[in-house]
Design a binder for this molecule. Sequence first.
Ligand code: ATP
Ligand code: MG
Length: 203
Amino acid sequence: MGEQTEPAKRRLGVMGGTFDPVHHGHLVAASEVASQFHLDEVVFVPTGQPWQKSHRAVSPAEDRYLMTVIATASNPQFSVSRIDIDRGGPTYTVDTLRDLRALNDDADLFFITGADALAQILTWHNTDELFSLAHFIGVTRPGHILANPGLPDDRVSFVEVPALAISSSDCRARVAEGEPVWYLVPDGVVRYIAKRRLYRHDG
Ligand code: ATP
Ligand code: MG
């Protein structure tokens, strides 16, 4: 019998977000990180519905889920998970990662998030557990690589992505004002927003 070598672990990116709506900033970030970190797959994980909306109503989870499916369908490396939606309530990163860890024990997880959001996550949560679950990748606008104060380099990385100026809030404001979101979000998402009358004052 030959020597047993450990099979290389699958490298699974995890892109959490509200995705209200998903836009090309999210897609470019996932694509760029997948390339730089040699990921086999990136799973987009729309958040559960918050119990209490502080200042705005988040669109129904099914709409956010379907827009994310529409946006990612053409990329064989991208998929969408319902775990946070089906768990219900507000989403905590540690729950997302615990559940994905349990479902993918053959994979190393890479959690992709905005650099600002990353700083918050690492403040609120038990970082020892988070770092045991995933490698964290903070995406930043070109020229804005953050200093990495005290974060372990083997557990946290920063990546510059183009197209970071797009945000879901801006897309929602545009739709509310009757301005176009063509080319900020995928074509199918433009049509889904119109079909479901999302983000309109009279919606
Ligand atoms: P909102 O404007 O409502 O805050 P958003 O555009 O930040 O929405 P989210 O669904 O909150 O979208 O973002 C999901 C994840 O994607 C977050 O980690 C966020 O930091 C990151 N992200 C958001 N916009 C971009 C972008 N243009 N480029 C790269 N990453 C982004
Ligand atoms: Mg945001």
